[in-house]
Design a protein around this ligand. Structure first.
Ligand code: UT7
Length: 332
């Protein structure tokens, strides 16, 4: 036992929409094919949130309600809600406010955090700091994106990659040495040119021209992002191990952002981790941006054991990237 307060993950929730968009569906929409997508990215299908007015909060809500149910808590007990997303329901107010309203988390304050694919790690580290400070007892961290809202389904550079989904974790204080133990987080704004949404912000407000030019969709120079992602995610993961005197043998699971199977493989190799220790669900969900890492935790929750060392790693738009070391807190 130690007296130091750490932020332990005590429950996980997730949600993916029912509707699937397969590689074969995409073959009918753009000049691509199933073989290219599978071999270059590892993706076979992704989920799409359909329905008039359905938004990111509509995926975050079931994810958060699931974790409340699992932990046996009422939403009124939540102190703080952080929603990592680049597809908020609206520019403002924050999606966190909307989620709190929809679930009746009337005692929570909260905000959205924008760090693209690294959003969940940035939000997790922020939420953990609130717990470690002793100020809050129940912080919910959500990673949720409705990428289909900002994807141009005539652009094969982006439409084959992204999907919709949400995951959420509950952070609570622990004194047994479990929880979020270390993070290395980075940003480099010079990378903004290679992965972005050009219009709709204060630099380029919406006009008929921005709509005609398709500037409200995600834009990506895939090859450049790929190059930075492979190096960024592997470097930071290796650095995290080194500074905590850990080796691949100490790690039970790598929980990587699901952007491209080749980036995941490169990171695992650098950490000396066999494939069996790497969570991969990209084949079914594609890249759900802030949703990927909590969705992996959600799907693997039953296999996680108290005391397992997990490394969570991501790279994404911004550029933003990072790695977080977690000691798992419970058996299911
Ligand atoms: O999560 C946020 C961070 N994002 C990432 O980490 C994504 C990083 N980038 C990637 O994952 C990859 O760069 C992509 C999957 C986006 C693209 O794969 P790539 O191996 O880098 O392909 P490429 O852009 O170098 O293109 C290779 C070839 C080109 O044809 P030529 O010039 O060799 O004849 C492309 O025109 O593949 C062609 N191509 C496609 N063909 C079929 C590009 N996109 C497609 C497509 N279907 N969808």
């Amino acid at each position: 036992m130690t007296n130091k307060i750490t932020a332990a993950i005590t429950a996980v929730g997730g949600y993916v929409p029912e509707d699937k968009l397969t590689n074969f569906d995409l073959e009918k929409m753009v000049d691509t094919n199933d073989e290219w997508i599978r071999t270059r990215t590892g993706i076979s299908e992704r989920r799409i949130l359909k329905g008039e007015g359905k938004a990111t909060s509509d995926m975050a809500v079931p994810a958060v309600l699931e974790l409340c149910k699992k932990r046996g808590i009422d939403p009124v007990e939540i102190d703080c809600m952080i929603v990592a997303t680049v597809t908020p329901d609206m520019v403002f107010p924050a999606t966190a406010n909307i989620v709190c309203d929809k679930i009746g988390a009337v005692n929570a304050w909260g905000y959205d955090l924008s760090a693209a694919c690294s959003g969940f790690l940035f939000a997790l580290t922020s939420g953990a700091a609130y717990i470690e400070s002793g100020r809050y007892k129940k912080v919910v961290v959500v990673g949720a994106d409705k990428m289909s809202a900002i994807i141009d389904y005539s652009d094969r550079n982006t439409c084959v990659i992204f999907g919709d989904g949400a995951g959420a974790v509950l952070l609570e204080p622990a004194t047994d040495g479990s929880g979020v133990l270390d993070s290395i987080l980075r940003t480099d704004g010079s990378g903004r040119h290679y992965l972005n949404m050009k219009a709709g912000g204060s630099a380029r407000p919406a006009t008929i021209e921005t709509v005609t030019n398709k500037e409200h969709f995600a834009y990506q120079e895939g090859k450049t992002v790929f190059k930075f992602a492979v190096k960024g995610m592997a470097d930071v993961s290796a650095e995290l191990l080194e500074r905590n005197n850990l080796t691949g043998d100490d790690i039970a699971w790598l929980v990587p952002h699901q952007a491209n199977l080749r980036i995941i493989d490169a990171t695992a190799e650098r950490m000396n981790l066999p494939k069996e220790k790497v969570m991969v669900n990209i084949q079914r969900y594609g890249n759900t941006t802030a949703g990927t890492i909590p969705l992996c935790l959600w799907e693997w929750e039953k296999e996680l054991k108290k005391g397992d060392n997990l490394v969570l790693a991501a790279f994404g738009g911004g550029f933003t990237w990072g790695a977080t070391w977690i000691k798992w807190n419970y058996d299911m």
